[in-house]
Design a protein around this ligand. Structure first.
Ligand code: ZN
Ligand code: ZN
Length: 251
């Protein structure tokens, strides 16, 4: 009887630890001391909207923390008509939410040096990255269904507000429109760029299934580095391109 009791306690403790590790996995990755230590932020982080974001090294230089208000530095209908950044978009089937009615703030912590061990992890709902504008990036799903069902509510820059934060699903034309501009940082610590690559000035032809490859970018000082691109394939009837569908390669 006593043995059974102890077994139950041990099992319960094991389950608790498992649950905790699962719940923290999505945004903090495996931020352990075995990760490479860096002493300064990657040059690409200088492109982020400083009004919205606070970006700093964390966990002894093994990770980067990005705190954001989630408020983008560009126009959209979702600012609401009283905002100076309001854009009239009569064709957008707006959701009931406005920038001011929702809490758009998010904090993510990513590896300072992505763990490119060949593993690939699917993206999940909610924030999968932070864009240079300060707002969130989501994947190609809306709720548990395909994005196409909600495409009518996307604004001119491929974003909307669901029940949560303002977020991009498509190429964010406000700051990347058929070019090689930096789009943002994803949860696995890999940067996402526009449809063109700085190395060639055109659409890359050597992308893996995630939209990634290893070449130089305008922020790597001649060094080849793994990064993602928005894949140059039109999505559904949107006339635009999915920002990132995954899988992640940096976990
Ligand atoms: Zn959405
Ligand atoms: Zn590239």
């Amino acid at each position: 009887m006593k043995n059974q009791f102890i077994k139950t306690i041990v099992l319960f403790a094991f389950l608790s630890v498992s649950l905790v590790s699962c719940s923290s996995e999505s945004s903090t990755d495996d931020a352990t001391s075995t990760d490479e230590v860096v002493t300064e932020l990657h040059a690409a982080y200088a492109q982020f909207n400083t009004d919205a974001t606070d970006i700093y090294l964390s966990n002894g230089g093994t990770t980067v923390t990005i705190e954001t208000t989630g408020l983008p530095n560009h126009e959209t209908v979702y600012w609401g008509s009283s905002s100076p950044l309001y854009k009239d978009e009569p064709d957008v089937e707006t959701t009931p939410s406005l920038m001011s009615s929702n809490n758009n703030a998010t904090t993510i912590t990513v590896d300072a040096t992505p763990n490119l061990t060949g593993s690939s992890v699917s993206t999940a709902l909610n924030t999968i990255g932070i864009a240079v504008s300060g707002a969130s990036i989501f994947n190609d799903s809306e709720g548990n269904g395909p994005l196409s069902a909600a495409a009518g509510s996307l604004d001119w820059t491929g974003a909307h507000i669901g029940p949560g934060v303002y977020h991009y699903h498509l190429e964010p034309k406000a700051f990347s429109n058929d070019d090689d501009n930096l789009v943002g940082i994803l949860l696995d610590g890999v940067f996402l760029y526009g449809r063109k690559c700085n190395t060639t000035g055109t659409y890359p032809t050597d992308l893996d299934t995630s939209g990634g490859h290893t070449t130089t970018t305008q922020y790597t000082n001649g060094v080849k580095e793994y990064h993602y691109h928005i894949i140059n394939e039109l999505y559904s009837t949107t006339g635009s391109y999915i920002a990132f569908a995954g899988p992640y390669k940096g976990y």
